[in-house]
Design a protein around this ligand. Structure first.
Ligand SMILES: Nc1ncnc2c1ncn2[C@@H]1O[C@H](COP(=O)(O)OP(=O)(O)OP(=O)(O)O)[C@@H](O)[C@H]1O
Ligand SMILES: [Mg+2]
Length: 168
């Protein structure tokens, strides 16, 4: 588990971009955090780094959007889904077999359907003095595939790592 601190939406996008070289086909990133925390901003930074030229927006009303890049990117937002049955309607198993990158906002509900390896990112409001734009990203590698990339994760994020994430 590591904590990184950003002070602007651009910085959150930069953190995401710094993680992009670590991505392998089929990786899943689960994003949680309050409304407006910066989940979509993170996906935008990741998409840009993957070479996606299309504008990434919130897929809240479409639930899922796909983009072409170094790896294909599937961006899901399951906020509006009430139960697992609806999630299964998203054809998650097919998406998982697509050798793409999958980013899932509000994805805790789908954890039972995920492979054992995924990167969990929880975004918290930063409570940093008076900086309204402060955020803390809690980045947790789950499963052996991501655990084995722990050192790379730390290196990629070193510029933003904080050992004092505050009272999250
Ligand atoms: N450090 C920061 N990191 C990310 N976003 C920030 C930061 N500071 C300010 N913001 C602002 O917070 C908002 C984040 O919006 P975004 O759509 O990414 O949130 P979200 O977590 O996806 O919300 P939702 O739950 O509605 O999908 C943007 O308006 C962005 O400009
Ligand atoms: Mg969003």
């Amino acid at each position: 588990m590591l904590h990184v601190r950003t002070r602007s939406v651009e910085a959150t996008r930069q953190v995401a971009a710094a993680l992009e070289p670590l991505l392998r086909p089929g990786d899943v990133i689960l994003l949680s955090g309050d409304l407006g925390a910066g989940k979509t901003a993170f996906v935008q930074g990741l998409a840009a780094a993957l070479g996606v030229t299309e504008q990434v927006t919130s897929p809240t009303f479409t639930l899922a959007a796909s983009y072409e890049g170094r790896l294909r990117l599937h961006h899901l937002d399951v906020y509006r889904l009430d139960n697992l049955a609806e999630v299964l309607d998203l054809d998650l198993p097919e998406l998982l077999e697509d050798h793409a990158t999958i980013c899932i906002e509000w994805g805790e509900v789908v954890v039972p359907e995920l492979p054992r390896d995924f990167l969990r990112i929880r975004i918290h409001l930063g409570h940093l003095e008076d900086i309204e734009d402060a955020r803390v990203l809690e980045i947790e590698p789950i499963g052996p595939s991501w655990m084995s990339r722990n050192q790379e994760l730390n290196q990629a994020c070193s510029e933003w790592i904080t050992t004092d994430p505050g009272d999250l």
